[in-house]
Design a protein around this ligand. Structure first.
Ligand code: ECB
Length: 135
């Protein structure tokens, strides 16, 4: 694919993160802390191999995968579940399906201009995040 999501990106908006966290069963106290975070994404893209790191002052999360290859996705420090996940390009969008205990779980990344977009889905909740390149 032609698009590159690689780089360092800072969160600028975060719609319905609360609904997404409730759907994942995150407790009230953790949600109050998490809702105030401004995470930074560091994405490394080398051909079909990706590493996505999400950094915050509270917790960090890292995920590595290859396009089209199923992997065990343990959401350590998040909701602490195990998913069988797979990421594919659908047009210019990077689409992850996270198969596990929660229905309709996954995420989609894409670039629009100088923005990185992310939709996080769980059950009937969609969280929409926008990031801008760090200077
Ligand atoms: C790691 C920064 C956020 C820490 C929030 C801490 C506690 C809240 C617990 C669970 C909320 C569920 C998810 C947190 C949201 C974002 C973290 C990474 C989400 C993700 O799946 O990123 C994907 C797509 O960029 C790659 O791993």
């Amino acid at each position: 694919m032609s698009v590159s999501l690689g780089g360092t990106w800072n969160l600028v908006s975060n719609d319905n993160f609360e609904g997404y966290m409730v759907a994942l069963g995150i407790d009230f106290a953790t949600r109050k802390i998490a809702s105030k975070l401004k995470p930074q994404k560091v994405i490394k893209q080398e051909g079909d191999a990706f590493t996505i790191q999400t950094f915050s002052t509270f917790r960090n999360y890292e995920c590595s995968f290859k396009i089209g290859e199923e992997f065990k996705d343990v959401t350590k420090g998040l909701d602490n579940r195990t998913c069988q996940s797979v990421v594919n390009w659908i047009d210019d969008r990077l689409v992850c399906v996270q198969r596990g205990e929660k229905k309709n779980r996954g995420w989609t990344h894409w670039v629009e201009g100088d923005e990185l977009h992310l939709e996080l889905t769980c059950e009937d909740q969609v969280c929409k995040q926008v990031y801008k390149r760090a200077q």
